[in-house]
Design a protein around this ligand. Structure first.
Ligand SMILES: [Zn+2]
Length: 275
């Protein structure tokens, strides 16, 4: 990616080093690389939140700003890029985009959706309109996703921002009306967030932020986080009835749809007969 000219977002809440928890245990290290990409699964978040809600957390207020270290700068610039894009897209329909806050945390964090922990991977909480990125994910940004792998990481952030766009445009309400916990609705929510990530990628391209290899990298990432791929790797077999985010092919398809057209109206996974 080419983010040199991108203004970093000031909507980053840096809680690194002030939260509870002494980093990841062994289990977290093993689970996390897969979980990074899973994104927000409302039922999982609530379940995990209930399991760990008795643990204490530091609730001190943290001022928002843009971190100055390399990884923090990257995250702030990607978030800034999504703000530029969604400002523009919302303005096209005469509405105003209200940007989310991005929280960087280490180990565990208290959100308005309950306690979050690193093994869950990045997630979005609609109740406080914040997206949460854990330190382990950020370390991956520095190592595995270091340029030219940065677009894959940006896709993950843009996907979580996609969930925020759903909050603003009624996607959560539509999913709730149909029973958000059902796997089918969860898949439609996730694929729509992928499509919105694609819409961001489309405009990032017009701002010359996307390198030639980035698109392939994003599609690769979308395939890697497909439920079939993850199940094959973690349990050795694929059970479509338990999918919550969509197959590799579906995630690629919806990401690409947003990427190609740049139109959120093409991301109507709830109205689509075939996903
Ligand atoms: Zn998601």
């Amino acid at each position: 990616m080419q983010l040199g000219d991108q203004q970093p977002s000031g909507n980053v809440e840096d809680r690194l080093g002030i939260g509870v928890g002494g980093g990841l245990g062994i289990g977290g290290v093993v689970i996390a690389p897969v979980a990074y990409f899973l994104g927000f699964d409302p039922s999982t978040v609530i379940n995990v939140a209930e399991q760990v809600s008795t643990q204490r957390s530091d609730t001190r207020e943290v001022p928002k700003g843009a971190p100055t270290d390399e990884t923090g700068q990257f995250v702030s610039k990607v978030l800034g890029s999504t703000e530029t894009v969604w400002d523009k897209v919302f303005a096209q329909s005469n509405t105003r985009y209200r940007p989310p806050t991005l929280v960087l945390y280490d180990g565990q964090v208290r959100s308005a959706c309950g306690m979050g922990q690193a093994a869950m991977g990045p997630f979005y909480c609609p109740n406080d309109e914040k997206l949460y990125l854990d330190l382990a994910f950020l370390r991956e940004l520095q190592t595995r996703f270091r340029a030219p792998g940065d677009f894959a990481a940006a896709y993950v952030i843009a996907h979580e921002v996609g969930h925020h766009v759903q909050k603003l445009t009624g996607g959560f309400d539509r999913a709730d009306a149909r029973g958000r916990e059902s796997n089918q609705n969860s898949i439609r929510m996730e694929l729509q967030a992928d499509c919105y990530a694609g819409v961001w990628g489309h405009y990032a391209g017009t701002m010359n932020q996307v390198d030639s290899g980035d698109i392939a990298e994003g599609l690769n990432a979308a395939a890697a986080v497909g439920d079939d791929n993850i199940q094959r790797q973690t349990q050795g077999r694929v059970s479509p009835e338990s999918f919550t985010h969509g197959s590799s092919a579906q995630r690629q398809r919806w990401f690409k749809r947003g990427l190609d057209s740049g139109k959120p109206s093409d991301c109507d996974t709830f109205g689509a007969n075939a996903l």
